[in-house]
Design a protein around this ligand. Structure first.
Ligand code: ADP
Length: 478
């Protein structure tokens, strides 16, 4: 076989290889650029023109910095130092700047270019535009974070009813971790096992969405209500899965119950004195018609007064309660003598209540900063409670003591006392140790404690079951 026939002369061989390489470079979809050691651009293929917006003739010989955003300068220095040592850089994700100033996300592969003597004379860069891919990834990440951050539980369920994904709120609501739920039939979480198959899935198939209240199980076995909004996820108009958004509505239900209980309690409380008033006034009208006005006794009018006072107190409590709820319980502070105030209150209480002995142990005369009407309300409430919850003819003792820079007022009774575990609860709104005792509706202590809090004071109780209670509150000495 003759060698000379097949061997291509060196010069032609080089130029053939060269034009082949040129062809590859020019037809590549990736931007291919060359840079010399002075960072001047020495090669710029058509894909680079398309990517960066610069024509080869306008950018050749210019510094590569032209396509590097300022905040990436340092990064380029580091990369070039690495290259100068002969180490290539593969698929490095960074950002570059187009001619129109837009920043694009790119993946670059940098390699040193060596001459025949194996000396580095520049660098080649293959750049791939990953903006779209990057944007997509960013969007996906954002999506995932938004789904995880959602306050509502979100679940994706396969068409055959198996849980594919649950966000963190699902864990908070149900107590199951997303992994514990994965692959499980979603219907198992419902209290009524038929509701998914019989109601939700048929509605989803027919209308594409369903929303309503259902009862579900927590991991700890308790059952609670949720509001579920479910819909079908479609791809190319074909159902591929279901998505459900779950909101725990326990609190809402409790609030609604509280409101209903409150209204029926208020109505009940208001009806009692009103019924009495109606009976008394009917009797008066009858007497007046039969015997004339001389037969009307002052003691009976007193009875009307007592009932009207009771009505007044109930309505004031209701108003104060709504003022506290809306943050509108205003105080009018002044410097007062607490001993005088208590003496005045006791005088009034003795007129109304003749069935208890009320003792007063006054303290040293100390002025306090307080709203006299509100503090009177607190003392009246404590004395009224002491009377309500203790036997008739027992003693109620009110005491004032100065302790450092506060004045402590106490109201002691000889009544039924309050069990230890209930002593904190009695200050809660509507709380009563014995529900529906017919002796009030659990607002007095709540309002009193709020008033004392508004005076920067404290209120508490010390009590032994069946051995009476002592209610304390403090005020700042002036
Ligand atoms: P009300 O007396 O209208 O029910 P309060 O808020 O004044 O409401 O009191 C809440 C509950 O605390 C009462 O229902 C009662 O069970 C208990 N309580 C309050 N004061 C006393 C007291 N001096 N002795 C025993 N129990 C009391």
């Amino acid at each position: 076989m003759s060698q000379t026939k097949t061997t291509i002369p060196y010069k032609r061989r080089v130029s053939t290889t060269q034009s082949y390489l040129d062809f590859l470079v020019n037809s590549s979809n990736d931007a291919i650029t060359g840079t010399n050691l002075e960072r001047k651009i020495t090669a710029w293929n058509p894909a680079a023109e398309k990517l960066y917006g610069y024509k080869a003739q306008e950018i050749m010989g210019k510094s590569i910095d032209i396509i590097v955003p300022e905040y990436k300068n340092e990064e380029v220095d580091t990369l070039f130092k690495r290259l100068a040592k002969g180490t290539p850089v593969y698929n490095y994700e960074t950002e570059r700047m187009r001619k129109d100033g837009n920043i694009i996300s790119v993946s670059i592969t940098l390699s040193p270019i060596k001459n025949a003597e194996n000396k580095i004379i520049g660098f080649s860069t293959i750049t791939r535009d990953i903006s779209e891919h990057y944007e997509m990834e960013k969007k996906l990440r954002l999506f995932k974070e938004a789904v995880e951050a959602a306050n509502d539980g979100l679940q994706i369920v396969s068409l055959d009813g198996k849980i594919i994904f649950s966000n963190k709120s699902v864990q908070k609501i149900y107590g199951f971790s997303p992994d514990e739920l994965k692959g499980k039939p979603v219907g198992l979480l419902n209290k009524d096992l038929r509701v998914a198959d019989k109601v939700i899935v048929p509605a989803l198939k027919k209308y594409g969405s369903w929303s309503g209240e259902i009862e579900v199980h927590r991991k700890n076995g308790s059952i609670f209500p949720v509001w579920l909004t479910a819909s079908v996820i479609k791809h190319n108009n074909k159902p591929i899965a279901f998505v459900g958004s779950i909101r725990d509505i326990t609190e809402k239900r409790n609030q609604e119950k509280l409101k209903t209980d409150f209204l029926s309690m208020a109505a009940h409380e208001l009806r009692t004195p009103l019924t009495t008033l109606k009976l008394i006034s009917d009797a008066h009208i009858r007497k007046y018609k039969k015997f004339g006005k001389d037969q009307i006794k002052i003691s009976e009018l007193d009875l009307i007064n007592v009932e009207l006072n009771r009505l007044n107190l109930i309505i004031n409590d209701l108003l104060d309660d709504s003022r506290i709820e809306t943050g509108k319980l205003h105080m009018r502070f002044e410097t007062i003598d607490i001993n005088l105030l208590i003496r005045r209150v006791i005088r009034k209480m003795k007129i109304i209540n003749k069935r208890h002995r009320i003792n007063f142990r006054r303290g040293i005369s100390t002025p306090v900063v307080a709203d006299p009407n509100r503090i009177e309300q607190v003392i009246v409430n404590l004395i009224t409670n002491a009377a309500k919850y203790s036997p008739i003819f027992s003693t109620i003792t009110i005491e004032v003591e100065k302790i450092k820079d506060t004045v402590r007022i106490s109201v002691k009774d000889e009544g039924e006392g309050i069990p230890l575990e209930k002593q904190q609860l009695i200050f809660d709104r509507f709380y009563q140790v014995k529900e529906n005792s017919g002796k009030g509706f659990g607002l007095g202590l709540y309002i009193s404690r709020e008033i004392v809090k508004n005076h920067k004071g404290k209120m508490w109780v010390e009590s032994k079951n069946k051995k009476g209670s002592v209610f304390y509150f403090t005020l700042r000495a002036a």
